[in-house]
Write a new protein. Structure first.
Lengths: 206, 196
């Protein structure tokens, strides 16, 4: 049972191992705070869709299952959109078009099709949490690399006196701007994926 | 924005794959050989052009009059899913040869971020019907251009030695990154110089 939860975090990490959900992973990963916001949105939608799909798996006719899943997913995405726009408008603006695009994030439809429609509600919840957290951690890793090198800062949520921005001495006055641009995102993703392959290979040899 | 401006913007300056990260999954997944890359590129362009115009009509004549713009995400994805299914049926009936070439790519297009992306971007930019249609075609050609270039590079890469952990997907990303660097030459200054 616990395996349903832990597999998504490293062994079947949606971004680095299964390589799904790339558009938002690269599109929003300019700042750490964006990754956390995006991750939270995806966890919520994934949880909702996995629960509903596993509850309804005996009622949805085989032939129209994909459109049904899409309707379920799109409804949860609309909820996320409205909540984000109402309560955290700054984050909503910086995520831009990628919030509604959670609908076509292949991870969510992929989990509905590959897991939730064959398993119980309980394991579907664990699967959604594991995959969602795995996705969020992957996004945070990409954005950490990009923000530290590209801007020389780490942006988190502002709490009290803390503005939410940690400046890294030495880099913040002369950052490598290309990391923050589109090209940097693709390069960072390539190198991180190679790192994951290399580590995976080492573990297999052992 | 003039029509030529829209075309240049969506093909080069805001290239969907290399600067906006929309449609990365097929860009990495279907670029292993030139033939399937071109097939995917044309199928996406076709669907994007149709999706742009049909979502524009639905947004302006159904969602706005009924004051239910907040349902745009759910409506657009259903329109796109139905459209893809419809295109599949029509092509199968009219041209079995074209269906054979594009058939396997069509089901994948529903979940391609680029198609839903263009529909949402058209709404955000307040484009009119013709501008939306042109933006759809131009963004599709931008996608075609990027995936075609990528597939020709990957075919060449096949015969080169690559360190083992980098084989396959990582090297594809790094190639994409270098292409994106090259595409940085296309920016708004270029547009201003060309069109004044």
């Amino acid at each position: 049972m616990l395996k349903d939860f832990t597999k998504g975090i490293i062994k079947e990490n949606p971004v680095f191992i299964i390589v799904l959900g790339l558009c938002p992973a690269l599109g929003v990963s300019t700042k750490v705070v964006n990754s956390i916001g995006m991750g939270a949105g995806v966890i919520f939608v994934l949880l909702g869709s996995n629960i509903f799909v596993s509850l309804l798996k005996d009622f949805i006719p085989e032939k129209i299952r994909i459109p049904s899943y899409i309707v379920i997913i799109a409804s949860f995405v609309t909820v996320v959109e409205m909540v984000m726009e109402a309560f955290i408008p700054a984050l909503y603006d910086s995520l831009g078009v990628f919030v509604p695009l959670i609908v076509v994030n292949c991870i969510i439809l992929g989990r509905a099709e590959a897991f939730a429609n064959k398993n119980t509600v309980k394991s579907s919840i664990l699967d959604a949490l594991g995959m969602g957290i795995g996705f969020t951690l992957a996004l945070m890793l990409i954005s950490l690399v990009r923000e530290v090198f590209g801007l020389g800062t780490i942006t988190l949520f502002p709490i009290g006196n803390f503005s939410g921005v940690i400046e890294i001495p030495g880099i913040s006055n002369a950052p490598v701007r290309v990391f923050g641009l589109a090209a940097g995102a693709l390069l960072v993703m390539g190198f991180l994926k190679a790192l994951f392959n290399w580590v995976g290979e080492l573990r297999r040899v052992k | 924005m003039s029509y030529i401006g829209i075309i240049i913007t969506f093909v080069f300056i805001n290239n969907f794959i290399l600067t906006q990260f929309l449609g990365l999954c097929p860009f990495i997944g279907v670029s292993k050989n030139v033939e399937s890359a071109v097939g995917m590129g044309f199928a996406v362009t076709f669907v994007m052009a149709l999706a742009s115009i049909s979502t524009w009509v639905i947004y302006n004549y159904i969602l706005i009059p009924l004051d239910i713009e907040f349902l745009q995400t759910i409506t657009f994805i259903l329109v796109i899913a139905a459209l893809v299914q419809f295109v599949e049926l029509v092509i199968q009936k009219i041209s079995p040869a074209l269906y054979k070439a594009l058939g396997i790519f069509l089901p994948l297009i529903t979940t391609n971020c680029a198609v839903l992306g263009i529909a949402l971007i058209n709404v955000r930019n307040d484009f009119n019907a013709i501008e939306s249609f042109i933006a759809g075609i131009a963004a599709g050609f931008g996608f075609l251009l990027a995936i075609l270039l990528m597939s020709t590079i990957r075919v060449k890469l096949d015969s080169e030695w690559v360190p083992k952990p980098f084989r396959g997907i990582p090297i594809a990303f790094i190639t994409g990154g270098l292409m994106a660097l090259a595409f940085m030459a296309f920016d708004n200054a270029l547009l201003n110089n060309l069109l004044g």
